[in-house]
Design a protein around this ligand. Structure first.
Ligand SMILES: Nc1nc2c(c(=O)[nH]1)N[C@H]1C(S)=C(S)[C@@H](COP(=O)(O)O)O[C@H]1N2
Ligand SMILES: [Mo]
Length: 265
């Protein structure tokens, strides 16, 4: 009798342990359900609950930090471009304009000098022509592949040594020497936008004077408009009158109406 193996557990112990295990799993499941309930009942921001939203903002911040000229809007073949590009928005185009009298005014930024520099269309056209064919997107919900021609804004700023504090070219790549933003306005200042400098210097961003290989029509911004494929249509200011540089975000027409400042795609 004495060397009979001791029973590890009697029935009572087994029952107790089983009950405990059930209780534990039950609680674990409840905790899981509770967490899920909590997750899906958080206040929403643009339809996204904040725990998810937090992850998105972190990604957005990362995007900003890593934003580089390598992020290009998809290019299309010219055959896919609309023969008749849609016209939308005429703020700042109300006054009559003789394209031959038009001049581009640029607030000089160098060495804190705030003189106004004046450029003719010929000053711009003498720089290499670049064409961009991309899907133009408006925040109103339409998009259209369209074909634009002009001079890269970065080429213009580089050639005339604009935009840096020191007066060096933007290609010197000295980020500390660049302002954070540039502003553009129609000649009557009724329409105006602010653009972050990395987007302004993006290789697809154009000072545009052609549509489908022909001179830009007046209602599409002749003689010179902005084409900035990394942004929604609101930023593609037609009929540029003035450009200036700033370390703080310049006034922006649609931002003042409540739209996102960046209007980035
Ligand atoms: N001067 C000026 N530029 C403007 C606008 C405007 O009202 N005035 N509208 C913007 C908007 S909302 C869009 S979608 C595009 C449309 O360009 P499009 O007429 O060539 O299609 O221009 C942008 N540039
Ligand atoms: Mo738009």
């Amino acid at each position: 009798m004495t060397n009979q193996p001791e029973k590890l557990y009697d029935n009572k112990t087994v029952r107790r342990k089983t009950r405990r295990a059930f209780l534990f799993f039950g609680l674990a499941i409840l905790a899981g359900l509770g967490g899920f309930y909590w997750l899906i009942h958080q206040p929403e921001e643009n339809g996204i609950g904040w725990p998810f939203r937090k992850v998105l903002s972190a990604n957005e911040k990362l995007n900003h930090a890593l934003y580089s000229n390598s992020r290009e809007a998809k290019a299309y073949p010219a055959t896919e471009a609309a023969k008749k590009a849609r016209v939308n928005g005429d703020l700042g185009l109300g006054s009559t304009l003789n394209p031959d009298d038009w001049k581009l005014k640029v607030a000089d930024f160098r060495n804190g000098n705030h003189d106004t520099l004046v450029f003719t269309l010929a000053d711009i056209k003498k720089l290499p022509k670049t064409e961009v064919i991309f899907d133009f997107k408006c925040i109103e919900g339409w998009s259209q592949v369209s074909h634009w021609g002009g001079v890269r804004l970065s080429d213009f700023l580089e050639y005339y040594k604009l935009a840096t504090h020191s007066g060096k070219g933007v290609s010197a790549g000295d980020k500390g020497d660049l302002p954070g933003y540039m502003g553009l306005q129609t000649p009557d200042r009724k329409y105006y936008v602010g653009i972050d400098m990395p987007s302004a210097l993006h290789p697809q961003t154009l000072l545009c004077y052609e549509l489908n290989g022909k001179p830009l029509p007046l209602d599409q911004g002749a003689p010179l408009r902005l084409i900035i494929p990394v942004k929604y249509g609101v930023k593609h200011l037609k009929r540029i009158g003035t450009m200036f540089f700033s370390d703080t975000p310049p006034a922006d027409y649609w931002h003042e109406q409540g739209y996102d400042y960046d209007a980035a795609l």
